[in-house]
Write a protein that binds this ligand. Sequence first.
Ligand code: PBG
Length: 332
Amino acid sequence: MKPTIAPFPAARPRRMRQSPAIRGLVRENVLSTSDLIWPVFVREGTGVEEPVPSMPGVMRRSVDLIAKAAKEAYDLGIPAICLFPYTEPNLKTEDCAEAWNPDNLSNRAIRAIKDAVPEMAVMTDVALDPYNINGHDGFVVEGEIVNDRTVEALVKMTLAQAEAGADIIGPSDMMDGRIGAMRAALESAGHQRVMILSYAAKYASAFYGPFRDAVGASGALTGDKNTYQMDPANSNEALRMIERDLNEGADMVMIKPGMPYLDICRRTKDTFGVPTYAYQVSGEYAMIQAAVQNGWLDGEKVMMESLMAFKRAGCDGVLTYFAPTVARLLNG
Ligand code: PBG
């Protein structure tokens, strides 16, 4: 039944906005610490914490300090952390072998976090770009990103991460058929418990710029990612990608970037009703921080409003570099 809205003055919508108590009573969406996944950057060394210039407030941390930061984040109520390695240039090769090295930086960080705070969910990134000499998410053969050989490598990478103790595998590569291949490999290796949060609708976005600085991939990247990441002009395609990944065994799906793609979040939730996440990416974060540094925006308010938008659009959670700051604020 469609609700009828009485005409003015019987209906005075402002009656419902008159005080914090009444506004709280009628509030439709809530952001809580359990909605947050914190993306972090890990680097070599001990006791190292270095700022990422294009992402004010974000650090690259050595493994020991990542473990410590993870514990603090979990204590703030953040349930999950997502790891991205800053790979030393000498480890970037054409065959990307470092990607499935059981002792690579990312896998060492997984183990350190699981040791320090076993209750926290550790999510990984599956894509070749941190390890690829040319900065691409897949192997490049004669100028083309090859799909099936890349998927074989991504499977090896996935298994190494699962062995290291990852709880959630996050394929961000956008190759065809990767989810099915990863799920099958995880099952036959006894990792039935390990989840896949697929970057199902990942757009070829200019908002990833600061991230590529953070992981040291900007210098390496030749060309663009338009033959595997999605065209920002498309939305039906996003739904097909999500359906495909769900059919192949994804447990959860992600839309990325976040704020420019809220329509995709809403359509995904309405169409499939599955656990849906948005990635508030590095460029969205950098934009807000730049305006705040100039005194043009109120940082706390804009941060909270930008995150509430994801809840309103139907997301169950959001990957955000603001996670610890938000959690502190929500905890009062
Ligand atoms: C790489 C990857 C990217 C991001 C997450 N994983 C960048 C890219 O696809 O070039 C971007 C995250 C962000 O911008 O915060 N597979």
